[in-house]
Design a protein around this ligand. Structure first.
Ligand code: MG
Length: 256
């Protein structure tokens, strides 16, 4: 029987969290290795194929492939694409681009989910600051995960870091609970008020994933039904890790 709290959030046992670490490890390995082949001239299709090979070699199943009909193993979101970019032979990376790679693996029915934004060669200084800031915002959010803290604490910490240099925090897409489903309750917004929102409990597993835009926070979904882009076509960064709150404190699930 699944243990749910009164909000319908599925709380994981210590044993289940151990199992999720394996899905997290494979997701993290696929992300790191995909990131290592990012260079000018490579297509997002080739990065996708490589990530799939890594996941299957580790005994995993690509978590995104077929999820809601998504065709790829990775989400490959280049420059003004925020999230959910579809890998393609026609998308060839070039010097100065940035690419958010999102990878997920399933092991024994448990999901892992993480993302990172990589520079392609030298990038513009303001875009470099966007990447540094979004990474910092992710870690600020992760640092809030402790018993008695709230989802508002996570959102507020992320928002404060992200908005300080004048960047825009995406509202329409948020982090999420994770477990035997990739997306479980609760939603984990990247904005909010300290002390507000659902209180964190031991057994919660969350994917925290700030999406931060260099310009306006406004986004739109493209006609392909997946790709999300910034409205002003300025770059967007996306960093994600999955984390569990255990009786012994927080544990990053997506690490090797
Ligand atoms: Mg996610």
């Amino acid at each position: 029987m699944k243990l749910r709290n009164e909000l319908g959030i599925i709380l994981k046992t210590q044993g289940e969290i151990e199992a999720m670490k394996e899905a997290g490890r494979v997701s993290a390995k696929a992300l790191r290795m995909a990131g290592e082949i990012v260079r000018p001239g490579i297509s997002t299709w080739d990065i996708d194929a490589y990530a799939e090979e890594v996941i299957r070699m580790e005994g995993g199943i690509p978590g995104f492939k077929g999820y809601g009909g998504f065709p790829g193993t990775i989400c490959a979101s280049v420059n003004c694409q925020v999230v959910h970019g579809i890998p393609s032979k026609r998308v060839i990376l070039k010097e100065g681009d940035i690419i958010s790679i999102d990878t997920g693996a399933i092991i024994d029915g448990w999901y892992g989910d993480n993302a990172w934004t990589f520079p392609v060669g030298e990038i513009a200084p303001r875009t470099k600051l966007l990447l540094e800031t979004t990474e910092k915002a992710l870690f600020a959010g992760l640092a809030q995960v402790k018993e008695g803290a709230t989802l508002g604490d996570i959102g507020a910490a992320i928002q404060q870091v992200a908005e300080r240099p004048g960047f825009g925090v995406v509202r329409e897409y948020v982090g999420h609970g994770i477990g035997r489903d990739m997306h479980e309750p609760p939603n984990v917004p990247n904005y909010g008020k300290k002390g507000k929102g659902i209180r964190l409990e031991v057994g919660m597993c969350l994917a925290i994933e700030p999406m931060v835009n260099q310009g306006t926070r406004m986004v739109r979904q493209m006609p392909d039904g997946w790709t999300v882009e910034t409205l002003d076509k300025l770059p967007s960064a996306h960093f994600e890790k999955s984390i569990a709150l255990t009786a012994d404190g927080p544990v990053i699930l997506t690490q090797e």
